[in-house]
Design a protein around this ligand. Structure first.
Ligand code: NAD
Length: 497
């Protein structure tokens, strides 16, 4: 059986931790690997190495750090088929979707290639007589990233290319459900010329996470995962004096206005609700049908959800793959049971789907609920599966109020032909990422990614300009040469004369 170890100081590394986890192929339901679940000692040893590597890496000119990123980008492109297959084999999502998610990660590496330009500081000549002042952004030290199962390439790549390009060293603790992609990326970084110890992968679960939170030499923690864990990370990292950004769960709404291009909205919803089996933090799991559009919307959706092609990720005809695990499959199905009990109308039921040859795989079909109400648990909680809820409202104001009252605020979309409605929506809605006739408004690499409310704890979004701010600290220098104006001791607050 394949054993997944750690990657520390430029090589694979086997710890003496006695704890192991199981990695499954979600399409077959069979175990394919074992993973070492690291210990506090493993993490602390990796931090010692990363701290040492920081001394030289942080002093490298940004252009040299950028060159490693350029090479890394080439290597990802060259190996993209292999990496994509790793994602499919451990996560289950369909090949083209997995490839797209790798591409979105690659775009962060492309942004990081421009780090010398982005790190340029500010300079003011003569802020006082013969006095100059300038600001620079310097790296923090050892940074850590803790990532979820649903994007094994893209989410780690929101973090480490930015952190490393800024001059930090990095410890990644990927999801223990699909860690192989991170291990392969670590090898490619080494091949790209990244010095040993700058990027390290410590595999594990809560034990490694807790070790990250208390390690005094870790300066900053980036987290992406569910909201209860995000809150825990935020509170404990801050308590231990670390910089922290902790992105949590979501319940995203797509508002369908009566004037919209309905076929476009339906196609947008299908991809956004059922793509990646709904296991996306930007999945649209609630369709808000405004006014008289509801019946038409429901009729069009029913046909499409019933026709969804569910199958293994490597089958080119599959539109939706399996869920990540048996436990998660049961959890999603139990939410569908609950919705029925709560009184929502289940108009497409995918709970009993069985695929010939893949009977043990973690598959279910798409589910569609109509007449969902805002007090129901299936509306309030994140399901993270292929379940779309339709909620009917009378007008635009009721739609925006509903969304603004929800505890999550990750992504949202509106479909309309009315520019005024689109603009008002973008202005008033309390959500971090907004789409207008765009189903999944994930910002590109040179903007930043992040939600509002209980979808993000902390002050900075990820990657792009916010990523640079998160992974650097500001220093402002004020200077005068001794040959300038001579002065006597001054006991008053200096002002610029
Ligand atoms: P998760 O919270 O279970 O796990 C995330 C990470 O935290 C993993 O590395 C895991 O090992 C660790 N972890 C889990 N339980 C822990 C605990 N009790 N203490 C310390 N560490 C713990 O999330 P998941 O199931 O892997 O991923 C799905 C969740 O991630 C969904 O809620 C989804 O919305 C969210 N997500 C959010 C975004 C975003 O950008 N906001 C992006 C992707 C996923």
């Amino acid at each position: 059986m394949n054993l997944i170890q750690h990657f520390v100081n430029g090589k694979k590394f086997l710890s003496n931790s006695k704890r192991n986890g199981k990695i499954f192929d979600p399409a077959t339901g069979e175990q394919k690997s074992q993973i070492i679940l690291g210990s506090k000692l493993d993490l602390d040893n990796a931090v010692i190495i990363a701290k040492k590597a920081f001394e030289t890496w942080s002093q490298k000119p940004p252009i040299q750090r950028a060159r490693v990123m350029f090479k890394f980008k080439e290597l990802i492109e060259k190996n993209s088929d292999e990496i994509t297959k790793i994602i499919v084999s451990e996560h289950g999502k369909v090949y083209e979707d997995a490839k797209g998610s790798l591409q979105r990660g690659l775009e962060i590496v492309e942004f990081a290639c421009g780090i010398p330009q982005v790190l340029k500081g500010e300079f003011s000549e003569n802020v006082g007589t013969n006095i100059d002042s300038w600001s620079v952004r310097q790296p923090l030290g050892v940074c850590a990233g803790i990532t979820p199962f649903n994007f094994p390439a893209m989410v780690p790549m929101w973090m480490f290319p930015m952190a490393i390009a800024c001059g930090n060293t990095f410890i990644l603790k990927p999801s223990e459900k699909d860690p192989s992609c991170s291990m392969r990326l670590a090898e490619l970084l080494t091949e790209a010329g990244l010095p040993n110890g700058v990027f390290n992968v410590v595999n594990g679960d809560k034990e490694v996470v807790d070790a990250i939170l208390v390690n005094k030499d870790i300066q900053a923690v980036s987290f992406v995962g569910s909201t209860p864990v995000a809150k825990y990370i935020y509170e404990n990292a801050a308590k231990n004096e670390k910089r922290v950004q902790a992105l949590g769960g979501a319940k995203n709404h797509l508002v369908v206005m009566p004037d919209c291009d309905l076929d476009q909205a339906v196609n947008g919803l299908m991809g956004a609700a059922y793509g990646s089996a709904g296991e996306r933090c930007m999945a649209q799991s609630v369709a808000v049908a405004v006014g008289n559009v509801a019946d038409n919307l429901v009729n069009k959706l029913i046909k499409k959800v019933e026709a969804l092609k569910v199958g293994p990720g490597m089958d080119k005809t599959s539109e939706m793959g399996p869920l990540i695990s048996k436990v998660h499959l049961e959890k999603v199905k139990s939410y569908v049971d609950l919705g029925v009990k709560e009184g929502a109308k289940l108009i497409v039921d995918g709970r009993n789907l069985k695929l010939q040859g893949y009977e043990k795989g973690f598959f279910m079909g798409g589910c569609l609920f109509d007449n969902v109400k805002k007090n129901m648990k299936i509306y309030k909680e994140e399901i993270f599966g292929p379940v779309l809820s339709i909620i009917r409202v009378k007008d635009f104001n009721e739609a925006t109020q509903l969304i603004n009252d929800h505890e999550y605020g990750n992504g949202v979309s509106i479909y309309t032909r009315d520019g005024d409605v689109g603009r008002t929506f973008a202005n008033k809605i309390k959500v971090g990422m907004v789409g207008i006739n765009i189903p999944i408004p994930v910002p590109v690499a040179f903007h930043s990614f992040g939600g509002w409310k209980r979808s993000l704890f902390g002050d900075q979004h990820m990657h792009g300009p916010e990523g640079v701010r998160f992974y650097t600290k500001l220093k402002t220098i004020t200077s005068r040469w001794p040959s300038g104006v001579r002065s006597n001791p001054e006991f008053i607050m200096p002002t610029m004369k």
